[in-house]
Design a protein around this ligand. Structure first.
Ligand code: NDP
Ligand code: 2IT
Length: 453
């Protein structure tokens, strides 16, 4: 049996109840086969694959807090510190009722490769809780965040582990978390990113993931197809941080975005999504998309029903999934291909199932996974860390310019890695393999140099 298959078998046995983690590991190890085969003896001797698939540590803790009725509530908190071979652990905190250890491990595992691709010195980690922020008052959110940080603060620090936002964790939550860290540890340091601008945040961090996704997509279609992003029509899913700023940048670049969605339904607007209205509904009112539809006569609102294709049913040029994992399945992929969609670039983490990914790639769709395409968010977090270290703030243009450069470099590096290993699929460069290989190479070199640890 090959080294990859041996390790996959062990990982599947040890983590049988964590389907998302197994999905992420299977995708990565499968695509690393050519690299592993070329270095099998060295990697086997050093147990590289066993070590890279096992987190350095997994922290789980009780988060008790008091709701507005005086009732004590209890949630489960997580921080998985996956790999710090190339820098302090870095990755977001997800607050969503679906969060469990397997979800946090999949996200932490992917973060290791993504952070390596950014070219910046950050290791991989992820955390969160099964706490549901929806419908909670600001006081309840603060109570939860303070309790969560009371435990988490024992394990993090500016040079140790630097959390940030993810689903359900935005500027408000980061503020409450930062305040509690500062209070308990007595230190004002860059322990979190995505901070407010008045206390160490970076300009352009809010926009970075969505903007970076557009910079990446634009660069790829320029290099691969000699086409411009401008003039294209696209579908975007989600209506949170990543989706909103992907829509904003796409429109700025002359692209028409005709959809957005949330967990209960989606909007189709053939005239293009009104991003100012979407921000008002989602960022200010924290309301549902029905409010968007009520305020916009050209928009159709569709309530989500199982078995429908949602935003994936429309005939457009490109698709940018920006909501959550496994939101694009094989039937959706078939519809995208039938509709002539030419590229799928992931703003979310693992939004496309393995089966759908394979189908898209084999049918000539340029497919780029989130590890590369959404790396602009964490890259800009690393730029926030740099600014905190030198106690300076860069201008929006400076940060945004660096972000654009990083996304173009990621494109070049993953294309180069794919070329070096002849990784092609469906007549295109295999960007999934390219990203995993390029991300892996840097981490593995650092692991080998640092000995058995
Ligand atoms: P937000 O919380 O701001 O928005 C999440 C969006 O996804 C909302 O529209 C939400 O709808 C929808 N969504 C969440 N869970 C589900 C679900 N189970 N089913 C259907 N829809 C769902 O999060 P972000 O925009 O920050 O994150 C979106 C994705 O991007 C995630 O995969 C995240 O891991 C990834 N990501 C985020 C980065 C960042 O910097 N924020 C960086 C890189 C990746 P609803 O409001 O109804 O729940
Ligand atoms: O998935 C991700 O890359 C993020 N949620 C951002 C992490 C970060 O540390 O900025």
């Amino acid at each position: 049996m090959s080294y990859v298959d041996e390790v996959l078998e062990v990982v599947r046995k040890k983590n049988a109840d964590q389907p998302e983690f197994l999905q992420a590991v299977t995708e990565v190890l499968d695509s690393l086969r050519p690299v592993i085969d070329a270095n099998e003896e060295l990697y086997r001797k050093n147990a590289i694959l066993e070590r890279i698939t096992e987190p350095d540590r997994q922290i789980m803790f009780r988060v008790p807090w008091v709701d507005d009725n005086g009732q004590v509530q209890v949630n489960r908190g997580f921080r998985v510190q996956f790999n710090n071979a190339i820098g302090p652990y870095k990755g977001g905190l997800r607050l969503h009722p679906s969060v469990n250890l397997g979800i946090i491990k999949f996200l932490g595992f992917e973060q290791v490769f993504k952070n390596s691709l950014t070219t910046l010195p950050i290791g991989g980690g992820k955390g969160g809780s099964d706490f549901d922020p929806k419908g909670k008052s600001d006081r309840e959110i603060m109570a939860f965040c303070q309790s969560f940080m009371t435990e988490l603060c024992k394990y993090i620090g500016a040079d140790v582990d630097v959390p940030a936002g993810d689903i359900g964790t935005g500027a408000r939550e980061i503020g409450f978390l930062f305040g509690q860290y500062k209070r308990i540890r007595g230190m004002f340091e860059g322990v979190l990113t995505g901070k407010g601008l008045s206390y160490g945040g970076s300009l352009a961090r809010t926009e970075a993931t969505g903007y970076g996704l557009c910079y990446y997509t634009s660069e790829m279609i320029k290099c691969m197809k000699n086409e411009t992003f401008a003039g294209k029509t696209v579908i975007i899913s989600g209506s949170g941080n990543v989706a909103i700023y992907a829509i904003e940048k796409a429109q700025e670049l002359g692209v028409k975005v005709v959809t957005c969605s949330d967990s209960t339904g989606w909007i189709y607007d053939p005239n293009g999504i009104d991003v100012a209205l979407l921000k008002e509904v989602k960022e200010v009112k924290r309301a549902r998309l029905t409010e968007y539809a009520a305020a916009k006569s050209t928009a159709e609102y569709h309530a989500k029903q199982n078995g429908e294709h949602g935003v994936w049913q429309y005939k457009v040029d490109l698709a940018l999934p920006c909501a959550t994992q496994n939101e694009l399945d094989i039937d959706d992929a078939k519809m995208l291909v039938a509709n002539g969609v030419t590229s799928v670039t992931e703003g979310a983490n693992m939004p496309t199932t393995l089966e759908a990914t394979k189908y898209l790639q084999e049918n000539g769709v340029l497919f780029v996974g989130g590890k590369a395409a959404n790396a602009g968010g964490v890259a800009t977090s690393a730029l926030e860390m740099s600014q905190n270290s030198e106690r300076l703030s860069w201008t929006f243009e400076e940060v945004d310019g660096k972000l654009k450069g990083i996304m173009e470099t990621i494109y070049a590096n993953i294309s180069d890695a794919a070329k070096r290993y002849n990784a092609t699929v469906g007549g295109n460069t295999d960007y999934v393999a390219g990203a995993n290989i390029a991300g892996f190479e840097k981490v593995v070199n650092a692991m080998l140099a640092q000995g058995v640890c």
